[in-house]
Design a protein around this ligand. Structure first.
Ligand SMILES: [Zn+2]
Length: 269
């Protein structure tokens, strides 16, 4: 019976994967993520429902556009498959199976999916634009608040800890909206701090500390390599390179998810 459960989770995973690729592409452009029609980038033909089924459309159409036979890049197909595999992996390491499948288990997995959706959109947009998308950040804050309420209902012991997170959310959001708008400063550092609080709500503080340390090491290595490259070649730097604009959110997200899975897997086995 478990195999059916895994197949369902895999299918949910590839649908979310499909949504992620679409959302990371559309949200920064301010495009609608639910209503605007998708179209073939080559022949501009509107895609029907049969062309848009994640993974399966790609397989049945042989990786080509139904209308102009142009090859479709396998990038999205691969990302959707990876998303499916990742969902199954998390479901597995959470130890959910057909026997213990109850409301609590479903809610736990559901909250993970909500959190993972935040992480993917947050990291995806940061890596493309080196910018934290405000609506995505707000989504992260809102699901954090819902999760805190849920946790307080099932476990009152940690209400103090979540009180601190709530307090930090309010302070940072106030700085973000009032102070930074007034002075027109780059809100990137504050947005990163807000995202760290979201990570603290959904994963443990050990995971977050580990991902911050790993991120700092990764950035230090990156800057060192850049320095060495600059010494070797005297070429002009682009504006982005000159300011050392690093997508910190991307590093934090990757390490956060890696440590999350790793810790879960270690507790399980
Ligand atoms: Zn086409």
């Amino acid at each position: 019976m478990d195999i059916i459960l895994y197949v369902i989770i895999f299918l949910i995973g590839i649908f979310f994967g499909s949504f992620y690729t679409l959302a990371v592409y559309r949200i920064p452009k301010g495009e609608d993520i639910t209503h605007t029609h998708s179209y073939c980038p080559n022949c501009k033909h509107k895609l029907g429902i049969l062309d848009l089924i994640p993974v399966f459309s790609y397989i049945f159409l042989g990786g080509k556009c139904r209308y102009c036979k142009q090859k479709i890049r396998p990038r999205y197909f691969i990302l959707e498959i990876l998303s499916g595999i990742f969902f199954v992996t998390v479901f597995y390491i959470m130890g959910i199976n057909y026997e213990n499948l109850n409301l609590n288990a479903i809610l736990n997995f559901g909250f993970f999916v909500l959190y993972f959706t935040f992480i993917v959109l947050f990291a995806g947009i940061d890596s493309e634009y080196r910018k934290i998308n405000k609506p995505v950040l707000m989504y992260g804050v809102i699901i954090s608040l819902i999760y805190i309420v849920y946790l307080c209902i099932i476990d009152f012991a940690s209400i103090y800890r979540y009180g601190i997170y709530l307090f930090l959310f309010i302070i940072l959001l106030l700085i973000d909206t009032i102070y930074i708008k007034k002075k027109a400063i780059d809100s990137y550092p504050i947005d990163i701090l807000i995202s760290i609080i979201i990570m603290l709500v959904f994963t443990s503080k050990y995971i977050v500390i580990n991902s911050i340390i790993t991120t700092l090491i990764a950035i230090a290595i990156y800057l060192l390599i850049e320095k060495l490259k600059n010494i070797k070649s005297k070429r002009k730097k682009t504006k982005k390179e000159a300011n050392y604009e690093i997508s910190i959110g991307l590093y934090l997200s990757i390490t956060n998810i890696l440590f999350y899975v790793l810790l879960f897997a270690m507790c399980e086995f």
